[in-house]
Design a protein around this ligand. Structure first.
Ligand SMILES: [Zn+2]
Length: 140
């Protein structure tokens, strides 16, 4: 794994994602919950992905989850073209939704499906911080 820092491209903030990105600057992972069917949602949107309701309420997530799938990427594109190798992962949050993200602060050889992870935020300097994950203390 490269010792270089991963790039932090600034998010393209839209009206439906503004609250999410503002919360990341405070170290908070914000999800939405549908008031009609109870589904927890990520990414931020106007309509429930399950029942198409517009009654979505933001709530603070725990920022914890488990690795659902991952790969070690050795050749990135765009901002990641010179990033060296890094871990691209799908994390299943404790609230249910899955996020595509990076696993950082780890030895990729020691990662495993189902491993507990916790969110860390990488400020982009562009109005939001990227939620990435690191291995969680198994004692928590
Ligand atoms: Zn719904």
């Amino acid at each position: 794994m490269s010792d270089r820092e991963l790039p932090t491209p600034a998010p393209d903030i839209q009206p439906e994602t503004a609250a999410f990105w503002a919360a990341t600057l405070d170290g908070t992972l914000l999800l939405q919950r549908c008031s009609d069917c109870g589904q927890a949602l990520y990414y931020p949107r106007y309509l429930c992905a399950d029942c198409h309701s517009t009654n979505l309420i933001n709530f603070v997530a725990t920022g914890r989850g488990a690795i659902y799938s991952y790969t070690i990427t050795t050749r990135g594109i765009l901002e990641y073209a010179d990033a060296g190798s890094y871990v691209l992962a799908m994390v299943e949050l404790d609230e249910g939704p899955k996020m595509i993200t990076n696993i950082v602060d780890c030895d990729p050889a020691n990662l495993a499906i189902g491993q507990r992870v916790e969110v860390v935020f990488c400020d982009t300097g562009g109005g939001g911080a990227l939620p990435r994950f690191r291995p969680a203390d198994p004692g928590l």
